[in-house]
Design a binder for this molecule. Structure first.
Ligand code: NAD
Length: 444
């Protein structure tokens, strides 16, 4: 099938590449000419496991092309995806300017019946706005061309995006016309071989499904962070509590890890956007507001542990090794990352930072620029050189098996703040380190 995808970010590039991998003829279009040029040269703008070789192979095979030419992309696609960003507006609602811009562009260039698929995360009612926008532009052109607008929210996880795209848990199709569902089922058939993953529904329900999924996941995280903070104060260990509740199949093991707060480009903005949607229809989103408030507080928790440890002496002049800058492992994405809050707070308190992240160094350089109080290090061990304390912010696998005795030997103040509970307190203490985790009451 001939497919075009507007937006060559995490979602657009991965979706386009996976569709090409299973044999479709894909054109990815982006307004960022530099990105398109780099993709032509085989330079992949994001880090995603498995993505680079797949992009290169499909590009070389002629099934995956990149362009800034929107007219060409619209003419190419029997199915045209919208996968552009929907960042938060000033009031937290989703900013639809990029989505509606693409709708206008499609209206300007549409020549033949097409299915327009909204893959961006958008508030309920957006498909109607996309449809109205395309229709308006077509009418202004005096053109009468049939088109459908389908909602097909994306559930891939950064860090496992290729795997999620090739083996999705479910493929949600929000359609008005069953014929559009049939066409998309044919498009996605290669990803749906061993059991039926399609969930076909009306467009509004599909749009809400995406927000409900992210809000549920964010709720689990904030819930565990709430329990962790209580555990810390009552002298309980949240890691024991986690094991105690996860064994109940109604609760389950997934997503009940306490930590330094959730970040990334999705949970924070999607929880906020859903809350704004609720308010707009006269519903007070008590739970969503609490999920967000708990997360905001949690992002400051590591700094609180640090200042509690150092007490009256303060941390001005201290140097902190920070392991992990990305908002989670296996990505270079630092959007809304907890590390950003921590670094800002450490700097504000007069401390210096030696940071290491396996993939996010370039992104950190882009965000923070050159600063005297930040050194981006080439390895985890390097970050410890001359540091007084270690703070673990992102649970990259390579940090899990750190030699804590070596860590102890390098740190001036022999203290570790473990923002993801990747170490056992007793192991850290045996190595001679003072240990602070999240919700580990026994250590306070
Ligand atoms: P992104 O910021 O990585 O990429 C968006 C791309 O769209 C950019 O390259 C930008 O240049 C391009 N763009 C903007 N306007 C354009 C236009 N008019 N024409 C062509 N290209 C244009 O965004 P992302 O992380 O891929 O997210 C895209 C959407 O998918 C968002 O709504 C997001 O909420 C949703 N989503 C993201 C994830 C994720 O893990 N990142 C997962 C599921 C859903």
């Amino acid at each position: 099938m001939r497919v075009s995808i507007f937006g060559t970010g995490y979602v657009g590039l991965v979706t386009g590449t996976c569709l090409a991998e299973v044999g479709h003829d894909v054109v990815c279009v982006d307004v960022d000419a530099g990105k398109v040029e780099r993709l032509h040269q085989g330079i992949i703008p994001i880090y995603e496991p498995g993505l680079e070789p797949m992009v290169k192979a499909n590009h070389a095979a002629g099934r995956l092309d990149f362009t800034t030419d929107a007219a060409r992309a619209v003419a190419h696609g029997e199915v045209v995806f919208i996968a552009v960003g929907t960042p938060p507006d000033e009031d937290g609602s989703a900013d639809l300017q990029y989505v509606l811009q693409v709708a206008r562009t499609i209206g300007e260039h549409l020549q033949a019946p097409t299915i327009v698929v909204d893959k961006s995360t958008v508030p309920v009612g957006t498909a109607d706005r996309v449809r109205a926008t395309i229709a308006e532009v077509l009418a202004a052109r005096g053109a009468d061309i049939a088109f459908d607008v389908v909602s097909n929210p994306e559930f891939l996880k950064e860090g496992a995006a290729v795997e999620d795209c090739m083996r999705p848990d479910r493929i949600v199709l929000g359609v008005d016309d069953p014929r559009a569902a049939e066409k998309l089922k044919r498009l996605y058939a290669p990803f749906n071989r061993n059991h039926d993953r399609f969930v076909v529904m009306d467009v509004r329900s599909a749009e809400l499904t995406k927000y409900a999924a992210n809000a549920m996941l964010a709720t689990k995280i904030s819930f565990m962070n709430e329990i962790a903070n209580i555990a810390e104060k009552v002298g309980a260990d949240v890691e024991m509590v986690r094991k105690g509740i996860g064994s109940d199949p109604r609760i389950g093991w997934h997503f009940i890890y306490p930590g330094a707060g959730y970040g990334g480009s999705c949970f924070p903005k999607d929880v906020q956007a859903l809350a704004r949607t609720a308010q707009q229809v006269g519903h007070q989103p008590l739970l969503l507001d609490a999920v967000e408030a708990v997360n905001e507080r949690q992002k400051g928790h590591l700094h609180e542990l640090v200042t509690r440890h150092y007490g009256d002496g303060g941390i001005s002049g201290k140097t902190f090794a920070v392991w992990g800058l990305a908002f989670k492992p296996d990505t270079d994405d630092m959007r809304e990352a907890s590390s950003r809050r921590l670094l800002a707070q450490l700097w504000e308190s007069g401390a210096r930072v030696r940071a290491y992240d396996p993939e996010a160094a370039d992104e950190a350089r882009r965000i923070f620029g050159d600063r005297d109080d930040l050194v981006l290090c080439a390895s985890a061990a390097d970050a410890l050189d001359g540091a007084d304390a270690l703070v673990v912010v992102t649970e990259w696998k390579q940090f899990r098996s750190a030699d804590l005795a070596q860590v102890r030997a390098k740190l001036g103040d022999a203290v570790v703040f473990d923002g993801r509970n990747i170490y056992r307190p007793e192991d850290a203490e045996d190595a001679g380190l003072a240990y602070y985790g999240i919700g580990r009451g026994r250590s306070v």
